[in-house]
Design a protein around this ligand. Sequence first.
Ligand SMILES: [Zn+2]
Length: 130
Amino acid sequence: MDAASDPFWDALEDGRFSLPSCRDCGEPFFPPAPVCPRCHARDVEWIESDAEGTLYAVTRQHRTAPGIPSPLVLGVVELDEGPRLLARVQAEYGDLEIGTRLRLEPCEYEGPVDRGRLSDRPFFEARPVE
Ligand SMILES: [Zn+2]
């Protein structure tokens, strides 16, 4: 995570979820980058996301790295704006199915990875939409 992702972390700290979006091809994308991964344009803006989407894929890990809770439910969330991203899902694996509506929310990072300059920043996780 470098300076290109700062607007994402700034928004998350305010409880908002924002995405980089290409002004040339109009496609939002994730993870943040200074160049559009689709058309390679450098004209990137930030848009507000409603942070909601659907479960695209899910797995439950029974053996996790040291410091990571087990079992761990990980999902690929397809945001309504299009980008897919990986997130811990705060739900029982058996309560999820492909297409389950999820919302991304800021949370505290509790893992063992040294996040460097992001160590004081919130992280995010997904929860089913009630
Ligand atoms: Zn583009």
